[in-house]
Design a protein around this ligand. Structure first.
Ligand code: SF4
Length: 402
């Protein structure tokens, strides 16, 4: 079909198939792709509102046995640079989040063999006991798969236990590209296959949890595989309706085993716009300013995004791979208003909570991102010894005290 016919089909509310999406992605002028995505965004969000959430991205451990070759964040078991956060450290992070108007942690971490399911249950219960209304947006599908394997329980049972302990929703991390050929090349097939990732989300949705979906592009995948990823998400969303939002970010190559370069801003905007056109059953698309920077993040609002994601208080994963953009609420709101939209705070369910909090009360400005652990802090989390050690390194550390 010619590009003009495809544009007419989208404008009439038609659904793209794979070949049509490929045609648009590869052939349509960038300005046209953006205009079409913006029209779809405006149809879904006619109120001219752009939302954002105040939450904190906490990485509870950097120990990981998965060893994805695109990841600069993880440390192997026994590394001198490894850490597990103590419950008190996590409480302090929650207190700081509440101080700037946040009500949720995005809690994700490495696949640490010395943290059994009971550690997560105890942590979630302890958080909910102290902060009953605070939300836990926690554990991406590969982490759930890891817990399922370690505990020898099926995924639905793991989810039941986590929900009983306080899990509120599931972040869509670890999806990378949902095509097993790509996952094998990125050494992330072992942590979760494409079907396993989608399977966790299907179970979570059936249990009434809402989740997000992500895509990390720009490594070894073809354009067609990028589209396959989008179509697999669309299919599951048709089935369950459980995804609240889609977030795409480009691979960040610094300090990774895989190396290589980073996708350009135009590639990001074309990918984002194509996602808006393909994912006709997703209401919300986030701008990934953390990887693209504030300026391309703002441009995303003209290429299909209706949400600026999170006011980042802390970031460890993307920063480890070389990107460390920071915007506090004041900056996010400035970018939204300058693009001609009305900024509103939201929760994970995209319910509007109100106007910018800094216009209601004095909140501390955060002009630098916090990190999980300050450099040189090698303290051990006191709770870890309450659970049986599985790795040789941890057993030795407990015997020798190092
Ligand atoms: S991306 Fe996640 S699972 Fe993969 S090595 Fe890094 S921390 Fe581990």
């Amino acid at each position: 079909m010619a590009i003009e016919q495809l544009a007419a089909k989208i404008r009439a509310g038609g659904r793209l198939d794979r070949a049509e999406a490929l045609e648009l992605y590869t052939q349509a002028p960038t300005a046209l792709l953006g205009r079409l995505a913006d029209e779809v965004r405006a149809r879904k969000h006619p109120d001219n509102v752009v939302t954002y959430i105040i939450d904190r991205n906490v990485n509870y451990t950097n120990v990981c046995v998965a060893r994805c070759n695109f990841c600069a964040f993880y440390r192997p078991v026994g590394s001198a640079e490894s850490y597990v956060l103590g419950f008190e450290e996590i409480f302090r992070k929650i207190d700081e989040t509440i101080a700037v108007g946040g009500a949720q942690l995005l809690l994700q971490g490495g696949h640490n063999p010395d943290l059994p399911l009971a550690w997560y249950e105890d942590l979630f219960r302890a958080v909910k006991e102290r902060y009953p209304t605070f939300k836990l947006h926690a554990l991406s599908p590969p982490e759930v798969v890891h817990l399922s394997r370690m505990s020898r329980l099926p995924v639905p049972s793991v989810l039941d236990r986590l929900i009983a302990a306080g899990l509120d929703s599931v972040p869509g991390g670890g999806a990378e590209i949902l095509v097993d050929r790509v996952r094998k090349l990125l050494n992330c097939y072992g942590k979760a296959t494409a079907d396993e990732w989608l399977g966790v989300m299907r179970h979570a949705h059936r249990k009434g949890l809402r989740t997000t979906a992500t895509m990390m592009y720009g490594t070894v995948e073809t354009v067609d595989e990028r589209l396959e990823h989008l179509f697999r998400l669309r299919e599951l969303q048709d089935e369950t309706g459980g995804f609240t939002a889609f977030i795409a970010w480009s691979y960040q190559p610094d300090h990774t085993e895989l190396g290589g370069g980073e996708a350009t801003g135009i590639e990001y905007l074309r990918t984002l716009a194509t996602a808006r056109l393909v994912l006709d059953n997703f209401d919300n698309l986030q701008a990934s300013w953390v990887t693209q920077g504030g300026k391309v993040g703002q441009l995303s609002l003209a290429f299909g995004s209706n949400d600026m994601g999170s006011v980042m208080i802390e970031e460890n994963v993307v920063r480890a791979a070389g990107a460390s953009y920071c915007m506090d609420e004041v900056e996010i709101v400035r970018n939204i208003e300058d693009a001609g939209f009305a900024p509103k705070r939201r929760n994970m369910h995209y319910e509007i909570l109100g106007d910018p909090i800094f216009r209601e009360r004095l909140v501390p400005r955060m002009l630098e991102l916090a990190v999980a652990r300050v450099d040189g802090d090698t303290s051990r989390a006191p709770e870890v010894v309450n659970y049986p050690a599985r790795s040789a390194a941890e057993k030795k550390a407990r015997l020798t005290g190092h």
